[in-house]
Design a protein around this ligand. Structure first.
Ligand code: NDP
Length: 435
C-alpha cells in the first residue's frame, strides 16, 4: 500500500486476490514465508515512452505509451493494449496483475502483461489511427518479440489497430513473426479469435448454470458495452436461446424489450465496427427500443447479467437492483467490472458470480491458440478452435470448483480462480529461485 497508494485500481485488484490467497498461503508450508505475493505484485519491468504523431490538420500531438511486463514465470508476457484517455499506470498495472492469474488459468504457457496509451481513438480518421499506431510501435518494438512479449487488442484496439501495429513491427524488425495476436486471417490470425472473449464468457456462464440444472434457454439477458466482447457475448446468447435486452456504450444504454435478435445485432456490429457510431443510433432503425442516457443497464429486469464494457461499471446499488429484480447469474466479460462491494452482495445472496479473470479468459486462451498455429505455420478450422475454446472454459470452471467450493456447497468462483491461478505461477517462481 505504501508503494502503490496512488494507484486505486491496482490496489483494488491486489486486495481481491490477497483476501483469498493469503489464507491459502498460511495453510500451505511450501508457500509460507517466501514473500511470494509480495514478489507477484511488483512488475518485472515497466516501460513508458513518448508517442508523437501528426494529426490531419498538420499539428503535432503527444501521447504516452506504456508496457507493463508483470510476470514471466510460466511463459512470455502476454496481454492486450488499451487505447483510451483514462489509461494510466494504475489501470494498466491492475490489468497486468489480473492477466497473470487469468493466463495461468487457461493452462497455456503464457506470462502476464498489459500496455497501451492515453490516446483517444474516438473521432480520429483512419490515417490518424495509422500514424499513431506506427509511432507507438516504433518504440514498443524493442521491448517485445514472439518469445518475449506478445501484445493483443483491448479497449480501443481492434483488428484495424493490430494491422497497423503489425505492419510497423514487421518493417522495422525485418521478420514475419507471431509477435501480436488478433491478426487478420490472411496474415497469421486465428479463426474464432474475434469471437473468443464473448463466446468464452457465455460458455463459462453456461457451465455455472449447469451446476443448477439450468441453461440460457428463454433467459432474459442484460449486457453492457457494444464493443468486441459485448457483440459476441450477445451472438452466443442468441444462439443458445436467450433474449438479449440491452447493449450500451459510454453515453448510455439501449433497451429493446422485444429482444436484440440476429438481424438487429448485425446492425449493431456494422454501426460500431464500420460506421464507428453511437449506440443511441440504434433507435433510428428500431424506434420501439428506448435509449437511457448516461446510465448503465443494471436497472433492467433480467435473469442473467453480462458486464462487458469496463472496470467498476457495476457498483453496490447496481448489484442490489439486479438481485431485487431476480438476477441469478452474473458473468464478467470485462476486466473487474464489478466493485468489491457489488461482489460482496452477489456472494451474500449466493447467486452464480464469475470474476473476469476466469470468465473472460477465452480471449487470451484463443490468442494462445493463435500463437501455437503461428509456430506450427498451420491453421485449425473454426470448429477445431471453438472446441478447444469450450474445453478450456470448461477446465477453468473445474479449477474454480476445485479451489472455490465452500463447505456448504456454494462455489466461490473468485476464491477458486484466484487460488488456482496463483498455485501454478507460485510453483514456477519457487522452482526458478529468487530472480
Ligand atoms: P471495445 O473497445 O471493443 O469496446 C468497449 C466497450 O465498452 C464500448 O462499448 C465502449 O463504449 C464501452 N466503454 C469503454 N469505456 C467505457 C467507460 N469508461 N464507460 C462506459 N462504457 C465504456 O473493447 P472490448 O470489447 O475489447 O473490451 C471490453 C472489456 O473486456 C474491457 O474491460 C477489456 O479489458 C475486457 N476484455 C477484452 C478482451 C478482448 O479480447 N477484447 C479480453 C478480455 C477482457 P464507447 O465506445 O462509448 O467508449
Amino acid at each position: 500500500k505504501q508503494r502503490n497508494g496512488h494507484e486505486p485500481e491496482f490496489l483494488q485488484a491486489v486486495e481481491e486476490v490477497a483476501e483469498t490467497v493469503i489464507p491459502y498461503i498460511v495453510e500451505h508450508d511450501i508457500y509460507y514465508g517466501k514473500n511470494i505475493l509480495l514478489r507477484m505484485v511488483e512488475p518485472e519491468r515497466v516501460v513508458t515512452f513518448r508517442v508523437c504523431w501528426v494529426d490531419d490538420s498538420g499539428e503535432i500531438q503527444v501521447n504516452r505509451g506504456y508496457r507493463i511486463q508483470m510476470n514471466s514465470a510460466i511463459g512470455p508476457y502476454k496481454g492486450g493494449l488499451r487505447f483510451h484517455p483514462t489509461v494510466n499506470m494504475s489501470i494498466l498495472k491492475f490489468l497486468a496483475f489480473e492477466q497473470v492469474f487469468k493466463n495461468s488459468l487457461t493452462t497455456l504457457p503464457m506470462g502476464g502483461g498489459k500496455g497501451g496509451s492515453d490516446f483517444d481513438p474516438k473521432g480520429k480518421s483512419d490515417n490518424e489511427i495509422m500514424r499513431f499506431c506506427h509511432s507507438f510501435m516504433s518504440e514498443l518494438f524493442r521491448h517485445i518479440g514472439h518469445n518475449t512479449d506478445i501484445p493483443a487488442g483491448d479497449i480501443g484496439v481492434g483488428a484495424r489497430e493490430i494491422g497497423f501495429l503489425f505492419g510497423m513491427y514487421k518493417k522495422i524488425s525485418n521478420g514475419f513473426t507471431g509477435v501480436l495476436t488478433g491478426k487478420g486471417m490472411s496474415w497469421g490470425g486465428s479463426l474464432i479469435r474475434p469471437e473468443a472473449t464473448g463466446y468464452g464468457n457465455v460458455y463459462f456462464a453456461q457451465k455455472m448454470l449447469e451446476t443448477k440444472g439450468d441453461s440460457f434457454e428463454n433467459k432474459k439477458v442484460v449486457i453492457s458495452g457494444s464493443g468486441n466482447v459485448a457483440q459476441y457475448a450477445a451472438e452466443k446468447v442468441i444462439q443458445l436461446g436467450g433474449k438479449v435486452l440491452t447493449l450500451s456504450d459510454s453515453s448510455g444504454y439501449i433497451y429493446d424489450k422485444d429482444g436484440i435478435d440476429t438481424d438487429k445485432l448485425a446492425f449493431v456490429m456494422q454501426l460500431k465496427n464500420e460506421k464507428r457510431g453511437r449506440i443511441s443510433e440504434y433507435l433510428e432503425t428500431y424506434p420501439n427500443a428506448e435509449f437511457v442516457k448516461g446510465k448503465t443497464p443494471w436497472e433492467v429486469k433480467c435473469d442473467i447479467a453480462l458486464p462487458c464494457a469496463t472496470q467498476n461499471e457495476l457498483n453496490k446499488a447496481d448489484a442490489k437492483a439486479l438481485l431485487s429484480n431476480g438476477c441469478i447469474c452474473v458473468s464478467e466479460g470485462a476486466n473487474m467490472p464489478s466493485t468489491k462491494e457489488a461482489i460482496a452482495e452477489f456472494h451474500k445472496a449466493k447467486i452464480l458470480f464469475a470474476p473476469g479473470k476466469a470468465s473472460n479468459a477465452g480471449g487470451v486462451a484463443t490468442s494462445g491458440l493463435e500463437m501455437t498455429q503461428n509456430s506450427l505455420r498451420f491453421n485449425w478450422t473454426r470448429d477445431e478452435v471453438d472446441e478447444k475454446l469450450k474445453d478450456i472454459m470448461s477446465n477453468i470452471h473445474d479449477s474454480c470448483i476445485k479451489f472455490g467450493k465452500d463447505e456448504d456447497g456454494y462455489i466461490d468462483y473468485v476464491k477458486g480462480a484466484n487460488i488456482a491461478g496463483f498455485v501454478k505461477v507460485a510453483d514456477a517462481m519457487l522452482a526458478q529461485g529468487v530472480v
